[in-house]
Design a protein around this ligand. Structure first.
Ligand SMILES: *Cc1c(COP(=O)(O)O)cnc(C)c1O
Length: 413
């Protein structure tokens, strides 16, 4: 629980421009109101059940379990949500909140585009108009998501300044909000940013852990020894972890993007590699990857959704208090883990989610056969076909892309 001004231990808070204070006050008040209103949570769960396919299953990974001959592995299947990841939970929840506040429009920042697609989807379903801000550079890299956002009826605004990536998109979304908050709600995409966003996002994502805890008790009649989740901003991890906070025997492990490894400096690990330093940016205080002058570092990962310089203040605090442990998986480990999961279970985890698998595999030799481990599969990987094919260095795929390209060129001549 946050303090009144939004601190989790040393981290969090609200560092916002004066002009946005009324917007944040309104959201704080409404968020408090919905938390005390069971009918709102019911409405949310009904929407998720009928539209997004919840509850998502908990799959016993018998072939993966057999492959390692160690712990019994269970997988929480957030990939089976509509749009293929946990992000829609938050987007639908906040879109409902927006309607409750009488707003007619939503805005969002997006890096890799997945939160943009989730927001555009939720806006379409609930009849809200949507504007999504995305760095020009990110739009180039993730054009498929831009295509879908537009088809879903959202306006996509390219952000042309700075590094033309997520942090510039965040600034631009806030700039929009300054002049639009009377009619507009800002759907922030992860459990970061100024208070109360970390609390709101983890509240809506808590469905993951509520379901998973019940499901494992039903399936195995006991709790897992360890729960793994990948950590970008922290929303899927907090979503599953929070159900187990008071179960002291359950070890919670967040897996960050190790990129090309600690020594390379090309990674996005703020906590596991011990390189994030406390700082204030983007409206809140947390551990940021920054240089000695407080300039944000560039981050790298094969998984676009884990490529973030900050981390949820809630996780920074849980790490400091030792309740959540952190590890990092490198791009190479992730590709290896992905191959194993595809062949043994017939599942294609998103590259982000594959970090959770890779983190679990790092520890598996130390497990006993009776241990249960739970892996939160935050999303599905078919969206990553370009990156996965590249990561696997698949020659036949490259040849296919060349052929397609030639076909387009001939058609447009
Ligand atoms: C966006 C994304 C993530 C990272 O975001 P969190 O807020 O850390 O959960 C992880 N997995 C998938 C599939 C994503 O789309």
């Amino acid at each position: 629980m946050a303090t009144e001004n939004g601190y989790y231990g040393d981290y969090g808070g609200m560092f916002i421009p004066e002009i946005l204070v009324p917007a944040f006050e309104e959201i704080k008040e409404q968020f408090q109101a919905i938390q005390q209103d069971d009918s709102f949570w019911q409405q949310y769960c009904t929407l998720l059940a009928g539209y997004s396919g919840r509850p998502t299953p908990l799959t016993y990974a018998d072939r993966l379990t057999e492959y390692f001959g160690r712990a019994q592995i269970y997988i929480k299947r957030e990939d089976l949500n509509h749009t293929g990841a946990h992000k829609l939970n938050n987007a639908l929840g906040q879109a409902l909140l927006a309607k409750k506040m009488g707003k007619t429009r939503v805005i969002a920042e997006t890096g890799a585009g997945q939160h943009g697609v989730a927001t555009a989807t939720a806006a379409a379903k609930l009849g809200l108009s949507a504007t999504i801000y995305m760095g020009r550079e990110d739009m180039e890299r993730q054009y498929a998501n831009v295509f879908w956002m537009k088809r879903l009826g959202a306006e996509v605004v390219a952000v042309d300044y700075g590094s033309q990536t997520l942090k510039d998109a965040i600034n631009e979304t806030l700039r929009d909000w300054v002049s639009s908050f009377e009619t507009t709600h800002y759907i922030l995409g992860t459990a970061s940013g100024a208070h109360p966003f970390p609390a709101i996002v983890s509240y809506f994502q808590s469905v993951i852990g509520i379901e998973a805890r019940e499901q494992i008790l039903r399936a195995a009649d006991r709790l897992p020894a360890r729960v793994y989740a990948c950590v970008g901003g922290g929303s899927n991890a907090l979503g599953v972890f929070q159900a187990f906070y008071t179960d002291e025997d359950v070890t919670l492990i967040g897996v960050e993007a190790g990129g090309q490894g600690k020594e390379s400096g090309r990674h996005a690990s703020r906590i596991a590699y011990g390189e994030g330093k406390p700082g204030v940016a983007q409206g809140y205080k947390t551990l940021f990857l920054q240089n000695n002058d407080g300039q944000m570092n560039d981050t790298f990962s094969i998984a676009a959704g884990l490529d973030y310089v900050g981390v949820s203040p809630i996780l920074a605090d849980l790490a400091q208090r030792g309740r959540v442990q952190f590890s990092a998986a490198t791009d190479t480990e992730v590709i290896e883990a992905l191959k194993i999961v595809m062949k043994t279970e017939g599942l294609i985890p998103a590259l982000e989610s594959t970090h959770a698998f890779a983190g679990a595999f790092q520890d598996i030799a130390e497990s006993s056969k009776t241990d249960i481990i739970m892996i939160n599969m935050s999303g599905r990987g078919d969206k990553d076909i370009f990156n996965i094919a590249e990561g696997l260095n698949d020659e036949e795929w490259k040849a296919f892309i060349h052929r397609k390209n030639r076909q387009f060129e001939t058609q447009s001549r």
